[in-house]
Design a protein around this ligand. Structure first.
Ligand SMILES: [Zn+2]
Length: 278
């Protein structure tokens, strides 16, 4: 648990890596998953803010079938996640990506929204550049977070992926060694530094717009306009959007979230919960 809190606070404190309640971390021990509580901040999270869940119950979820319709599927899925909490944890709400954390066989999982990574995942040539720069990392196309995302990543985990890039979202690293997570992150950031410097095209470097957010965080913390909310969290999150926009100029220019995904995120109960925590 000490390791988990330590690397959560370390990476959570860097606004280049994650802002406000974004990102999440976890650890597995003796059949229990400890995952970040929804909306808590990695920068300041304490041991008691992680939620303990029964791994055996969580691993039953992928075997179940859920309704196709968004609201009923998400409600049923959330109920199963909440029913997996260990006794005494009933007042806590685990991260929206809890199942994804459970599915990695590795002991520790680090999920961040680094600006440099999202310069790639929110760019027009993101996928081809990701495959060129990080041939061993899995690439997941933009999809609904929560259940659908977990099921897509599950296929890649089953193929052995320990690094997963999520279009218009961020990156997951998994390892049994918490020190190795930092090495994985730093080696990715170093490669991105080179690619950002060598691929930069000033004609593609244009500011982002609130109505075309890059990631779910930007919807949750900045809203969809016309004005930026007058909060510190909104300003921090918007600064990240501006930085991402700049980096996308090295990868073919901006590719914001699709209208369909913007619509889903702005109505998703799980993200409304996270917004209220901010
Ligand atoms: Zn995320």
């Amino acid at each position: 648990m000490k390791n988990l809190v330590a690397f959560s606070n370390l990476y959570g404190a860097d606004p280049e890596l994650v802002v406000a309640g974004g990102g999440n971390t976890s650890m597995k021990e003796n059949g229990v998953l400890y995952v970040k509580g929804s909306g808590t901040a990695l920068a300041t999270i304490r041991a008691e803010e992680f939620v303990a869940l029964d791994m055996a119950k969580l691993m039953e979820i992928p075997k179940k079938s859920y309704p196709n319709e968004d609201a009923s599927r998400e409600a049923a899925f959330l109920a199963d996640i909440l029913a997996s909490r260990m006794p005494g944890e009933e007042q806590k709400r685990p991260s929206v990506e809890t199942l994804l954390h459970a599915l990695f066989p590795q002991r520790y999982v680090l999920h961040l929204h680094p600006n440099k990574v999202n310069g790639l995942t929110c760019a027009k040539h993101g996928e081809e550049e990701a495959k060129r720069l990080f041939p061993n990392a899995a690439w997941i196309e933009e999809c609904r977070p929560g259940y659908i995302l977990a099921m897509k990543v599950r296929e890649k985990i089953n193929e052995g992926a320990d690094t997963v890039l999520l279009q218009n979202h961020g990156v997951f690293f998994a390892s049994d060694d918490p020190e190795k997570l930092g090495e994985m992150l730093n080696s990715m950031l170093e490669k991105l530094d080179e690619a950002i410097a060598s691929g930069y095209d000033a004609s593609l470097d244009v500011p982002p717009t609130l109505s075309h957010p890059f990631t779910p965080d930007h919807i949750v913390y900045c809203g969809l306009g016309p004005d930026l909310p007058d909060t510190e969290v909104a300003r921090q999150s918007w600064k990240s959007a501006e930085t991402i926009a700049h980096y996308t100029a090295s990868f073919g220019g901006q590719k914001p979230m699709s209208d369909e995904m913007i619509e889903f995120i702005s109505h998703w109960e799980a993200e409304n919960y996270r917004r209220k925590q901010a």
